[in-house]
Design a protein around this ligand. Sequence first.
Ligand SMILES: Nc1ncnc2c1ncn2[C@@H]1O[C@H](COP(=O)(O)OP(=O)(O)OP(=O)(O)O)[C@@H](O)[C@H]1O
Ligand SMILES: [Mg+2]
Length: 471
Amino acid sequence: MSDPNAANAPRILLVDDEPSIRQLLSYRLKREGFDVLLAENGREAIALLEAGGVDLLVSDIRMPDMNGVEVLRAAKRLDPDILGIMITAYASKETSVEALRLGASNYVEKGGPEFPAAVVEVVRKALEQRQLRQERRQLQQENLLLKRTLGTSHQFCNIIGRSDAMVAVFRLIETVASTTSTILVTGDSGTGKELVARAIHFNSPRRDRPFVALNCGALPETLLESELFGHVRGAFTGAAVNKKGLIEVAERGTVFLDEIAEMTPMVQVKLLRVLQDRRFRRLGGLDEIEADIRIIAATNQDLSKMVAESRFREDLFYRINVIPIHLPPLRDRKEDIPLLADHFLARYRDQMGKRVTGISGEALSLLERYRWPGNIRELENVIERAVALEQTPVILPDSLSPVVRGGAQKPGSSIDLPESGFHLEEHIQQIERGYITEALRRAGGVQSKAADILGMSFRSFRYYAKKYEIT
Ligand SMILES: Nc1ncnc2c1ncn2[C@@H]1O[C@H](COP(=O)(O)OP(=O)(O)OP(=O)(O)O)[C@@H](O)[C@H]1O
Ligand SMILES: [Mg+2]
């Protein structure tokens, strides 16, 4: 610390109305290698504090315009981590105590025998203690991260998997979590895209800030826009008050844009702008607002194909697809099935207070042979149902849903085609209509939920609902 101009030398702001004190103290502090700024009153001091970069404030208590305690209060408001040391000619107990209560590290009497050496001493100690505090905090965070990562070898946060594909996903999450790069998570419905998005957020330096999720397929265009960007009063009918959008709510956190393929062209343009310029405007607003957010998008569609068909903006695709993470369907990582089944078994057994301890070999091989079109979400449902139904300590094939049992049969064996033939399309339409109606009923009329139940996008659902005139 011999070079006072070193860029990383702690910066001290010295405030005193007496020129001789300023001169004396700044000489001593500079000699110790500190970077010293001077102010002769509170107003000047606050202007310098507002410019930022001050590590420690040394202030006289009694000054003509505002006293040192007020300067400290303003400083703490601007930067809660700033250190403060008071110097005073008259050791007034009250003000000194008040200063300590506000977070001053210490105070020194001007008339004391150790002045000014005592000031240098107190400054050095305060900076050292802060350094230690910061190191400890960092160490704690690193430990926490390590524990989360190494919980068990087949688990990352609450993502289970031991297949090569999943282990590679764990590594990738670990690597990208510390960055702010935009991430695109792809995979079929129920493969764990949202789980991955959350794991990235909670392993990132943003973990203490919000994680907000928005399903782009679930809202009509204008609503989606105002959810994302917020609006000002009067921006549209019904906009009675100013409202923050999720991008503002997630400031310094993560925004998870689910079903990004459903985003309409207009919203795509606006999102592109946020990604390019890191700024946006509220709906109807004039002010540009800075956006310090990380975006994680997810889709079960093939976005590059959509780009080729001009259904998704190419420039936005490249901005989003900075780091792609693909989750393969469950049938392509069969070695994860026993692990996941056990995991869900334990969860639902505890939840339901049942005594089921395992899965019979026969049931397990049925699980391994099934194709799992609904992926892990479907496996979870099958296990939940089995635990609920099971009367014996192990899950037997009978407790598995018929589709899982049937799915393992030889292909073709369950097809019952009448000798006389029949109208296939009509038959399929009848089935479709039945499922759409039933899903809508079960979702309490909420279309996006019904779409989820059927593993389809909101758009597709609307298409079918319209086709069969179901409302
Ligand atoms: N590897 C995994 N380990 C444990 N649980 C998982 C795993 N993958 C998914 N799940 C669970 O399966 C369910 C579905 O996962 P998630 O919602 O993340 O899927 P998704 O890919 O976002 O599906 P969708 O495309 O339908 O939105 C959740 O309950 C999740 O906790
Ligand atoms: Mg999802």
